[in-house]
Design a protein. Structure first.
Length: 181
């Protein structure tokens, strides 16, 4: 069995390959991102749609993530991809720079669907928004600092050890291993 990771984002796939024993295949299918404040609802709807539309047997995984800035009422949250495309990462920093409280968290929900069963695995990491530093990772990594280091200053391995996605993938990997026993 391989896992079909439905995403246009290679960074996510690279992180998943570090965690999972199963082969991870990237599938580019543009599923509908429903409008919701709930990452799990968005990810499960996407996984079901992608599974039906792509017609394979192997289970699919969809990962919906967002950056939630406390002082901005959780913005950009579920709209993080849209905010990255329209405002850009630097301007999200500029918005946070005007605030005294720069606390934020990354959240992710990894949704699995195999045609019968849907499961979700959530992860979060606390940190603060800072001026961009580092050129690793992707997306908002340069402006998100965790314990003094931005995620863009970390190797994939180190980012996975502390990140929202790493935490969700660890739960997913455990669940897959238990299920296969
Ligand atoms: P897919 O929907 O095709 O999987 P995407 O990059 O659009 O790819 P999301 O809808 O989950 O993914 O968007 C989340 C946004 O948050 C997007 O702007 C990402 O660049 C960003 N993001 C997600 N995970 C991140 C991480 O680990 N580090 C930094 N930014 C991240």
């Amino acid at each position: 069995m391989s896992i079909r990771f439905v995403t246009s984002n290679e960074g996510k796939v690279e992180e998943a390959r570090e965690y999972l024993d199963e082969p991870v295949e990237q599938v580019n299918y543009d599923y509908t991102e429903i409008q919701s404040d709930d990452l799990a609802e968005i990810a499960v709807a996407g996984a079901k749609e992608a599974f039906e539309a792509t017609g394979g047997d192997d289970p699919v995984v969809v990962d919906d993530a967002g950056l939630f800035v406390d002082a901005l009422g959780g913005f950009p949250g579920p709209y993080s991809a849209y905010a990255e495309d329209t405002l850009g990462v630097e301007r999200v920093w500029t918005l946070a720079e005007a605030e005294e409280n720069r606390r934020a968290r990354f959240r992710v929900v990894v949704a699995y669907y195999d045609g019968e069963r849907a499961e979700t695995f959530a992860g979060a990491v606390p940190g603060r928004i800072v001026a961009p530093r580092g050129d690793g990772g992707f997306g908002y990594d340069p402006i998100f600092e965790h314990e003094g280091t931005t995620l863009a200053e970390m190797s994939t391995e180190r980012k996975n050890a502390i990140s929202h996605r790493g935490r969700a993938l660890a739960k997913f990997a455990d669940w897959l291993a238990d299920r296969d026993e």
